[in-house]
Design a protein. Sequence first.
Length: 290
Amino acid sequence: MTFNQGGSFEGGRVRTSRGGRGAAIGGGIGGLGLLVVVVISLMTGADPSQLLGASGGSGGGEQGEVGACTAEQANSDPQCRLSATVQALDAYWATALPSGFAEPGVESFTGGTSTGCGQASSSTGPFYCPPDQSIYLDLAFYDVLQSQYGASGGPLAEMYVTAHEYGHHVQNLTGVMASADRQGGGAESDSVRVELQADCYAGLWAGHASSTVDPDTGVVFLEPISADELAQALSAAAAVGDDHLQAQSSGGVNPDTWTHGSSEQRQRWFTTGYERGDISACDTFAAAQL
């Protein structure tokens, strides 16, 4: 996706931190095992410390924020693109969910950082932390998504990750996080329904992004999505499907242990939000079959 010429985005919306190299979270998980844990925590509403433990990372280090960016910078620089994407998400969800809406915190970190869910390192992958209502991600993960999991990459793939995590924030605001039973797994579990709804919310935002006006500039945030750009998001969704990850790690697929949904489900629910354009279409909990 391309930010429209003439757009500009204020600084300060995304904080940054550099905590050094940080220790590995989870105690002795390495190689493919570590990478699988990374993506298990990717895009999950659960406290990442439940999966990886509270050790590792670094709470100190340099602190800062992403400064003001032009549309041209957002189209070429991942850090600026993250900030602009968050502001586009803010504008959309403030209208789509006006009752009780509050913007999430967003932190782009390198090495390690301290969160309301415990210590995180770059190995944790992008995640949303409900206790402090914040999104955390290391932009280097986008390279892992391509090199280890076969995603095609591209700007809309990066935006999909951000929009999915923002979807978990919407779920937190609407009470879905509190009411869902996210402890269990399985193809029809609440855990999977939570994740697929966040995928649908990401598609919902993407479908409206080329008509959402930046209230600060009066410029529409994004140009219309091309077929090639849409394929970027769908490729990222497929790359983090439970069946794909299981096949990569063990060569087998076990739906009884799924927590995020299959590649096909993740792509389908993103597409549902994108094509239907209405938040009611994303009620995965009312769906008889996922």
